[in-house]
Design a protein around this ligand. Sequence first.
Ligand code: HEM
Length: 136
Amino acid sequence: MEWVKIIHILCVMGWMTSIFAVPRALIYWRREWDRLGEFGPLGDLTIRLYRFSLGLGVIAIATGLYLAHWLGWPVWTHLKLALVLALAAHYGWTGRLVLRARKGTFTESDRFLRIFNEISVLGAIAVLWAVVVRPF
Ligand code: HEM
């Protein structure tokens, strides 16, 4: 079971790279698009990062569900699952922004993207609180 947990935490770390970075990268991607007038290397990097982390996110959730099943789904895992699903929804919204940016559509302000980014950080803190403190 230790190896499942090691892979779980490793894939969580990989998923968090996008959750913490991509919303902010969209700010600089728009500046690149304004400068070049077309799709550029920063946009390419942002898409690759998002795609790479998507795969790790799926493995993080799959191993988490497996670990929870192995532990018999203690109550704290239900809270954690709900928080992770909210984090996944935020990540899906980010994916939609990335797809639109790919076509040159940037409608969110820098301020919105910074606040949007911080919300995911708070979400990750809540998930860690649930698994480390296990409030019930
Ligand atoms: C569906 C999503 C997830 C489920 C069901 C889940 C469930 C679990 C379970 C059952 C464990 C093992 C606890 C133990 O060994 O006693 C675990 C460990 C852990 N999970 Fe998740 N997890 C999920 C996603 C995440 C995410 C997104 C994060 C981080 C943001 C995360 C962070 C951790 C950490 C840090 C540990 C190690 C905790 C420890 O050893 O004390 N998990 N997870």
